[in-house]
Write a protein that binds this ligand. Structure first.
Ligand code: NI
Length: 391
């Protein structure tokens, strides 16, 4: 333990330099070539082995302890967003229209910090720690890719830990919660079909626009009338596309949306509920509809047994007052996919600081992080692995 504390101090300025370098050179999903090289170079410096999984971007590395034991994985996502940074800071993004506006520079740095700590401490633990520097989280494809390339196997990963920055939590604190933390994310595609015609002769048409408008309104009754009020669900229609002219009733309307939920049993009901409301709503207008419901990502559901590990870790790094019980969010995270393969725990790393103005939400062009969180994030990840392996 004292070793982790000492390493936090020893590498603090190095972590800030790493994070600023990454922040200045953000790269979008599956384009993280420079970031990948930076990660590999830093790992090489500390003698950490990179596994050859045939990845174009992203890195899976492994640190072997001093004896045989289980394997635990730590994950950090590395991609940025298509956002123009509005912060005026020395480490402002140098890439036009691309920004680390979701803190993945902090995640990458924290995982590098954890890797450095564990490499320095490899005589102090048994077993293995895999490091997942995951590409393309923002487009929900990177975790799937790493799993498909065998990251969770050979040796088989028995637990996985990860973290996300939280501007809502002050630096020095970490969100620790068992159960649902981030929602399951599903995609809905709907096509409403009618019969097109002249806008002045509506009785000779089947108007899919009017049918769709009623349908969108009715869809909100799923949450208010069909789902237990104590369970959380969101149904959002995000796009509606139809028509070419003001006086033409179109043939069809295309809609897309997102459905969010936590409980698997609730999630299972959603496709049928959506189909029922869609089909019956448009039928009232003589139209027909096709509904495609795509299960995209499961919920980030923290393992209750690992919560004890997590609570011990955060208490040791941040003290008794370091733990906050966060409110879950209906946002999603593809970290959930690793949790389908092994029990996992996902932390929210406090990066906010009201006094210093680190208050902006994720994906905001002024999003930024109190860098005091970097050694904390590193230590939380490193200690999670050490505590799990020592169990
Ligand atoms: Ni993110």
């Amino acid at each position: 333990m004292s070793t982790v504390q000492a390493l936090m101090k020893e590498y603090e300025s190095r972590l800030v330099a790493l994070r600023r370098d990454l922040h200045m050179h953000p790269e979008l999903g599956f384009k993280e070539h420079r970031t990948t090289e930076k990660i590999k170079a830093t790992l090489a410096e500390f003698g950490v082995t990179v596994l050859d999984l045939g990845l174009e971007t992203g890195v899976v590395a492994m640190i072997e302890g001093s004896g045989d034991g289980p394997t635990v994985a730590l994950r950090g996502d590395i991609d940025a967003l298509p956002i123009q940074e509005e912060n005026e800071v020395p480490y402002k993004s140098t890439i036009n229209g691309v920004m680390h506006a979701c803190g993945h520079d902090v995640h990458t740095t924290s995982l590098l910090g954890a890797g450095i700590m564990l490499a320095r401490m490899r005589d102090h633990f048994r077993g293995r720690v895999k490091l997942f520097f995951q590409p393309a989280e923002e487009i929900n494809e990177g975790a799937r890719l790493l799993i498909d390339h065998g990251a969770m196997q050979d040796p088989k990963v028995e637990a996985v830990f990860g973290l996300h920055t939280s501007p809502a939590i002050e630096v020095g604190q970490v969100g620790v919660k068992s159960g649902g933390l981030m929602a399951a994310v599903d995609t809905v595609r709907i096509t409403v079909k009618g019969l097109g015609g002249h806008g002045a002769i509506p009785h000779a048409t089947v108007d899919p626009v009017v049918a769709s408008c009623a349908m969108v309104t009715n869809l909100q009754s799923i949450v208010s009338r069909n789902i237990d009020p104590l369970d959380s669900v969101v149904v959002t229609i995000g796009t509606i596309n139809a028509g070419i002219a003001n006086n033409v009733i179109p043939e069809q309307v295309s809609l897309t949306g997102t459905a969010r939920s936590f409980e698997p049993s609730v999630r299972e009901q959603l496709p049928e509920l959506l189909r029922r409301v869609v089909n019956n709503s448009v039928a009232a207008y003589g139209a027909t509809a096709e509904v495609e419901y795509i299960y995209h990502l499961p919920a980030v559901y923290n393992d209750s047994a690992l919560r004890e590990v997590a609570a011990t870790v955060v208490t040791e790094v941040c003290g008794e007052d370091g733990i906050v019980e966060p409110k879950p969010t209906m946002g999603g995270e593809d970290f959930a996919l690793y949790m389908q393969e092994a029990p996992g725990f996902f932390y929210w790393l406090g990066t906010g600081n009201k006094e210093k103005g680190f208050v902006h939400q994720w994906h905001n062009p002024r999003y930024d992080t109190d860098e005091g969180a970097l050694p904390i994030g590193s230590a939380v990840l490193a200690l999670s692995a050490l505590k799990f392996l020592a169990k």
